[in-house]
Design a binder for this molecule. Sequence first.
Ligand SMILES: NC(=O)C1=CN([C@@H]2O[C@H](COP(=O)(O)OP(=O)(O)OC[C@H]3O[C@@H](n4cnc5c(N)ncnc54)[C@H](O)[C@@H]3O)[C@@H](O)[C@H]2O)[C@@H](O)CC1
Ligand SMILES: [K+]
Length: 480
Amino acid sequence: MISSTEMAVVDENAEALGVPRKQLMESSGNAVASVVRDVADPDASVALVCGRGNNGGDAFVAARFLSEYDVTVHLLGRAETIATAIAGENWTALEAAGIDTREVRDSAAFDLGDPDVVVDAILGTGVTGALREPEATAAKEINAAAATVVAVDVPSGVDADTGEADGTAVEAGHVVTFHDRKPGLEHVAADVTVADIGIPAAAERVVERGDLLRLSRDPTAHKGDFGEVLVIGGGPYTGAPALSAQAALRAGADLAYVACPESIAGEVQGYSENLIVEALPGDRLAPSHVPRLTELAVGMDCVVVGPGLGDAEGTLEAAASFLSAFERTAVVDADALQVVPALETEATLVCTPHQGELEAMGGETASDPDERAQLVSAFAAELGVTLLVKGACDIVSDGERTRLNRTGNPGMTVGGTGDVLAGSTGAMACVLDPAPAAALGAYANGRAGDLVVESNGYGLVATDLLETLPRALWPDETDR
Ligand SMILES: NC(=O)C1=CN([C@@H]2O[C@H](COP(=O)(O)OP(=O)(O)OC[C@H]3O[C@@H](n4cnc5c(N)ncnc54)[C@H](O)[C@@H]3O)[C@@H](O)[C@H]2O)[C@@H](O)CC1
Ligand SMILES: [K+]
């Protein structure tokens, strides 16, 4: 089962992996034609009723595969208004091939005739609200016809996620849907064929730029809507918590706080006026700080625990005690990872170890990449956390789904890149579920590093990543 958002992610990831959408459209159209052949007599007439989006585009392709039938293609609207280039190209190919095509300029001009089979390609996953005209009239005429109806992807007018229709919807006997079942089809009384359209398995397994579609920004957003992150870190180190908190801001969080020992608070603040610094008495995190940390954490969407904390006994005790009483999402990094295996907590944890830290936590590793991914998945399930295991290929798993991230480069072995990753993952966790947050945190960090190396060569430092994180997460066309 796949939601329309997830389908859009997978589709864009396939494109990033070298399988362009036009190729998928060719497979989709072929799959539709194959179901039409199953239901149509050899001398049948087939009417394809097409909208101006890619759902219609699938049917333009299908028409090319159905040359043995008496085929008519009805386009709802003018050809100049076809919404996508790939659908437009497939329309032009139909006209060039001399296939019977008709443009329906207004609903009164729509004449379905009396076909044996209707292909409903008015709208697919792109539908919003009730069908407008001429789509609504076309749907009514399809429903009034005696024909066998084959719907492309979903019956037009039906929401692929919910199965609900906001007004008229096509009633189809058959649905050809692509790649995986859509939840809305559970509520539709039709035979459903799921067609494999050649989306590579890697489009689901590998984190790619399609995953960025999860980060839509509502233009009416208010301050705080994208999250407030608290970084608990520092003591023996000053840079690490500052890097994490700045990364959270660069990755879209609205406010970033650092709670750190007062011995370094001035330095942390000195790195950036964008941070809100809370000084804790002393020079190391200690159990006596836990009540204040718990108070501070109340208003936060995510807490990042660990950057630069060190592993003094009282520090680890404080980290464990804070996390055991915490009930929302925390990213745990660096020395604080040690406390996770013995921890009992209601909190949702995202842990970001490298190989060495993973092994120190009790996790196993293997040289074979698939085996390594399986071990990470099993360990995530055992701990009940989301693991982001850093490496040349990062592995992200919540024990149910495992993703691989391949962005990043050897320049990123420099100090501080892990602190940036923890902070950007914290920002992602404010707006996304833990597993996609970790996956995008890893993707963005590596992509930011790749952008730096592309323009400067090696010799990158962690602060460079802060500058390129926004481009990694919100690329413009030139970054693709
Ligand atoms: N991985 C994928 O996502 C793939 C998608 N494909 C096809 O592409 C379809 C999605 O294509 P699109 O995103 O172009 O969307 P659609 O073709 O479903 O519809 C988009 C168009 O419909 C219009 N529209 C939206 N709501 C309307 C309403 N209530 N009344 C009238 N017009 C309305 C929009 O303005 C837009 O022009 C899928 O359903 C599937 O058939 C396939 O080609 C292959 C792969
Ligand atoms: K449809």
